[in-house]
Write a protein that binds this ligand. Structure first.
Ligand code: 5GP
Ligand code: MN
Ligand code: MN
Length: 323
């Protein structure tokens, strides 16, 4: 983060007496970790702030410091400054969008490609592994005191967005800043246990079913699985219980592109897409009005599950052939 951006950010804060912090719906570790770290930083310098999100925190992120303070509706009519983090487009604010539209000024801190969210101040680095990477750099530039709680929140963002330092966005910078956050009291043990090793029994059973009904095409290069509303009911599971399932399919040697389609509620099909190497599933997601990164993307299809499955697999085949 350039020093000029940091001082511009400092200026935005100096002009604001109330700040509203937001992030994308279906918040992940980077979204909530970054939003909460920002909130803790503002607390530490005495700037009044609130964090809002369209959805509540998923179960595996409820350990994050200060997470119980995340609201779904703000308490004030309006705020001087809005700060949105890990947000590629304002649409992904969901129900919270109007509150940010009413802020006098808007700061955007993000790392997505493409990035379309407008803002009065944009601290955007599409080469950063996570928004938490950018925020850590910004906080260092601002000479912030980084508490163990802030360090854990930021580290959660880096760990989750790099797939525990396995994805190609695991840059020297991401690792160096992670070391810095460990030095400041971030707990990698807590993150590992809470984020990855706290599955419900229903979730593990639903994973078994997902893999059992998994389908393959194109010499086993494409794998997908579809979970109906009935599957969820039978397993007593919710959508958040499917976190990580799509990666399990991509773990098969031959599989280059994996998709998990699910219908937690009838008529709305959520799709998670993953790929290896140059196969660009973000393009597939965008075709259906979604988005994401080359190797991890998502979209929502409003049609019956069977139809969604047919249409998505057709595009996945085109994606496979294009490389
Ligand atoms: P997931 O499969 O974990 O829900 O999403 C993977 C990635 O795809 C997320 O990091 C997010 O950036 C992106 N993504 C998922 N769903 C959507 C969507 O509906 N719209 C957009 N723009 N991006 C999405
Ligand atoms: Mn995110
Ligand atoms: Mn992110």
């Amino acid at each position: 983060v350039a020093p000029e951006l940091a001082s511009a950010f400092r200026q935005e804060l100096a002009n604001a007496s109330s700040v509203l912090i937001g992030t994308h719906l279906n918040p992940d570790g980077d979204a909530l970790g970054s939003a909460l770290a920002m909130s803790m930083y503002l607390d530490s310098i005495g700037v009044e702030n609130e964090v809002i999100c369209h959805h509540p925190a998923p179960r595996n992120l409820r350990f994050l410091p200060k997470v119980q303070s995340v609201l779904q509706e703000p308490t004030r009519e309006s705020y001087d400054l809005g700060i949105v983090l890990d947000l590629d487009s304002l649409e992904r604010l969901g129900r919270t969008e109007p509150y940010f539209a009413r802020c006098k000024r808007l700061v955007v801190i993000d790392h997505h490609i493409p990035h379309t969210a407008p803002g009065d101040l944009r601290i955007v680095d599409t080469s950063a592994a996570a928004t938490a990477v950018i925020l850590t750099q910004l906080l260092i530039e601002l000479k912030a005191v980084i508490s163990p709680e802030m360090a854990t929140s930021l580290l959660t963002g880096i760990v989750t967005d790099t797939g525990s330092f396995r994805f190609r966005n695991t840059t020297p910078e991401a690792l160096a800043l992670s070391a810095f956050l460990l030095e400041h009291g971030g707990s990698i043990t807590q993150i590992s246990e809470e984020v990855f090793q706290s599955k419900t029994l229903s979730s593990v059973k639903l994973l078994g079913h997902t893999l059992e009904v998994m389908r393959l095409a194109c010499d086993n290069k494409i794998a997908w699985s579809a979970l109906s509303a009935g599957d969820f009911e039978m397993a007593h599971a919710e959508d958040e219980d499917t976190e990580g399932f799509v990666n399990e399919m991509l773990f098969v040697t031959s599989v280059q592109i994996a998709a998990l389609m699910r219908e937690p509620k009838p008529g709305k099909i959520r799709c998670s897409l993953r790929s290896r190497g140059d196969f660009d599933v973000a393009e597939v997601a965008r075709y259906f009005g979604g988005g994401g990164h080359r190797n991890a993307a998502g979209c929502t299809l409003e049609m019956p599950l069977e139809e969604a499955e047919a249409r998505l697999v057709e595009r996945l085949k085109i994606c496979l052939a294009s490389c």
